[in-house]
Design a protein around this ligand. Sequence first.
Ligand code: COA
Length: 196
Amino acid sequence: MTSADAAKLRGQVVLLAPDLQNLSDFEAALAAGWSPDPRRAGDTAYVSGKLPRLRQNRSKYLGELIAHGKPHTGSGPPPLTTRLFWIWNGEFCGSISLRFHAGTEELPPEISGHVGYSVVPWKQRNGHATTALKLLLAVAKKEGLDRIVILCDEDNHASRRVIERNGGELFMRGPHPSDRPDQIKLYFQLRPCATG
Ligand SMILES: CC(C)(COP(=O)(O)OP(=O)(O)OC[C@H]1O[C@@H](n2cnc3c(N)ncnc32)[C@H](O)[C@@H]1OP(=O)(O)O)[C@@H](O)C(=O)NCCC(=O)NCCS
């Protein structure tokens, strides 16, 4: 039995590393119109543009999805590390990612916070994003991060609640270079701990 099967039996939400076995569930979510990028929610051209590439070469697509999580071996400044996970309760619920530079809590100015997440519409309002962020905080702690920053649009009440329920403290309000100048964001800081 895989850890995903065990989680299903227990009715738990877990974070799964994307692999070829669970890629079909991600594919089905895309085919249903879900966007893994919250900023492209409802952008059908963006979402449907991903499907042909996935179907043309599944291994290559998967490799590209998780490439940012591989250890840096080359010379020069290290690239941003991204740890991407599926939010899973026996079925695909969405995705969550942690992005960081090893050894520092600083981020390049164009990166909008350490964490991004999105839950498929048909699984929302069940506490899945709240649980997923709790689990991701434990991952962040293991990566040596003592402080992370998460941004959300000021009118994104659901995301704000997810962050606050995980101990997020509002420390700034304003635009971010990754978005339109008139899009006000809320900046939260969180202190990862080993148990999330
Ligand atoms: C934000 C998002 C991830 C929340 O996912 P979720 O699994 O539904 O969240 P949860 O079930 O853990 O709910 C957390 C809180 O938000 C509230 N909430 C959820 N959806 C809501 C909505 N549409 N409007 C208002 N509150 C909402 C819940 O009631 C809960 O509040 P509570 O703790 O006071 O009970 C989901 O709405 C989503 O994917 N949105 C699009 C992508 C996005 O905005 N990502 C975040 C970018 S910063």
